[in-house]
Design a protein around this ligand. Sequence first.
Ligand SMILES: Nc1ncnc2c1ncn2[C@@H]1O[C@H](COP(=O)(O)OP(=O)(O)OP(=O)(O)O)[C@@H](O)[C@H]1O
Length: 752
Amino acid sequence: MTATDQGPETTEKATTFSVAGFTEEIERSTAAMAEQGRDIAGVNGEVDKRSLLRMLREEKAPLYPMLALFLLSLSDLLHGQAFGVYQPDIARTFGLGPQFFTTVSLITQVVALVVPLTVARYVQNRPARAMVMLVSAGLWCVLTGYTAVIPGSLMLTGVILLDSATTSANHTVSGSLMVDLYPPRARVRVLSVLSMGAIAAGLVAPGIVFLLSGPLALTWRGAFLVLAALALVCFLLSLGLRDPGYGTRDTELIRAAVRENAGAVDDTRAVEPPGLTVFEALRRILAIRSMRLLFTSGMVGAIATPISTYLVFYYTDRFGLDAAQRALLQGSTSVVGLLSFVLLAPVGDRLYQRDPKLIFYASGAVSLLGIVLSAAQVFASTVSLMVALSLAGTALGGLSGPAMAVGTMSLVPANLRAHVGAVTALFSLGGVAIGTVLIGGLAGGVGIPLAVAIGSVPSVIGVLLTMRAGRHVRADLDSMIEAVIEEETVQRIHSGGGRLPTLACRGLDYSYGPTQVLFGVDFAVDEGEMVALLGVNGAGKSTLLRAISGLGLPDRGSVRFQGHDITYIDAERRTELGITQIPGGKAVFGDLTVADNLRCFGYTAGRSRRNREAAIDQVFAGFPQLAELRNQKAGTLSGGQQQMLGMGKALILRPKLLLIDELSLGLAPVVVGELLDMVRAINAAGTAVVLVEQSVNVALNLAEHAYFMEKGQIRFDGSSRDLLAKTDLLRAVFLSGASAGDVPGVDTEERS
Ligand SMILES: Nc1ncnc2c1ncn2[C@@H]1O[C@H](COP(=O)(O)OP(=O)(O)OP(=O)(O)O)[C@@H](O)[C@H]1O
């Protein structure tokens, strides 16, 4: 539970309900396992001083996957390079102008947006990342080979698009696969080695292309054939790459530790977490505060992306650099980048292991320096100064690059890590689009030097956001680890024969914008139970219902339905799972007739026409008043009749959990009586009910189990009878003037 200085300190527990034990068991387990979880996840602050090779040997992490990942990136690079270099020759052969390539490139941008999200969703609950990479690499061979004999521009378009799709698919899964292949403390160094490999290959690839077109005098078709053969070699050598499964070297080990702690041998998962849709996965990732800041930082920072293109033009014009000199500058940048990885990546790794937030700060500092150096280039008076400034920026990149990439992945649940790249691409594409217009406009208007200086401002804001993200990283890593422990504890409780509550909310924090209104709320409802949720105006009752029904997302904590984590599941999917909410006073479609309103609920339940009409007849039998008004528009009904119609929703959907907000508000006692009879009948048929009420009488007459909320916290969790004895709590409700009824145990004097 979140410690907070707001609101009351403790929850009074008057009676122990079976569900209370559930939340407490999870609380105990997460507290007991947190330190071990951090240790397994490699974020306990201890720096592992073993050499990479020794660590990999001791932790039984083979080198082969690293080699395969390198070969696949090499293959990616070679065929990409070939397209880049031979584009003008291909264009000449088919009589194509730059228009053709810019149009195709625009479509590839769309592909690059759609494919990552689709692939990330595909692999979310399937360890198929190695397969995605190998299929992509296989297709590159075919596409590169086919390009050698390509007949015309139509097929060329197809090849370019398929190539872009497979490249995006490959990039989407590679980082997440590497993370699962190697132990947490080796990851930054493994990624550094792979990055160095990619830079080295980037230096060699142009040489190969030069060799093919220069000394060997091959046409572009011949060169593509040779490159296809090289890609084939890379593909064949990588065929042994396998997906080890999600979280095998972190979250699965934490789960095993929880099992061991519980003395359990059975590792089956009785309560499978429901898969998330793309939208739900995005919501899940964006609910992580540091990730939200990082994505925003990425978007804002990307505004400056076009600056590098303008700088190239600027060098060329100002210092008259020819192609060879530009290539030399490019080559030296790669060499400096390589050195930077060799020398600085180990420092970044140590910083990350000591405290992940340090790498966020270091990354911010490096970027800030990079921005200053890049802006200073436009004011350099000589080529050598300009080159020195450009290289100085690159020289620092190795410090934070790999550690930031690993740190970012570690914040996200294992099976959603492939989504990180996809979301990053989405955000930065927005930034690039803004930057293209902004920097382009500025360069034309005020000249390149001033445009570069002004364009650097968003980058500085991006840096500040990255540093701010660093402040939340520790808490977010802990939440991730806690969620894994909680998930496994639920499995243990279930497989140990324990009962899972119908609903269990744990440690819910909820905010509207900057205002936090729920503070560490624990709330559970047993199977078939009727629970009253009481509290004064503004205590947070409706907000809690929002988090349960999926109308709003908590900042922290979990919502479980029959053991399944549904915290980030869409409201409609919750309805399908069996959660229905009847919101106070606004439960109907005013423009539709009574009968059509009921039919709408029937469609939601996906019932057959016959069953739907039978269920509607049942509602009319329960509320004869509604039967008489069946063809009247719902908006013209009285408040009580509208509530009856709303209640019809529950009769038709037959949920497992029914949430009712303010049933009795403003209604005549006789109407309330009728509605309550129906609530009793629904509950007696097996539906668990949460009744949010301000009328203490109504709630406590109906429910045996009651919660009392105050200032966003649960103040009381126990039997209604015991709550009635808490006159100090109930007085607050009365003083708010919400109830007119008499409450046994609260005399008139106390109420005044
Ligand atoms: N959409 C919103 N935007 C901003 N603040 C909100 C919003 N909805 C509720 N709040 C605030 O959140 C707090 C909790 O409100 P909530 O409606 O959950 O309380 P409640 O216990 O259900 O009270 P009531 O019975 O008055 O609805 C209140 O301070 C309220 O002003």
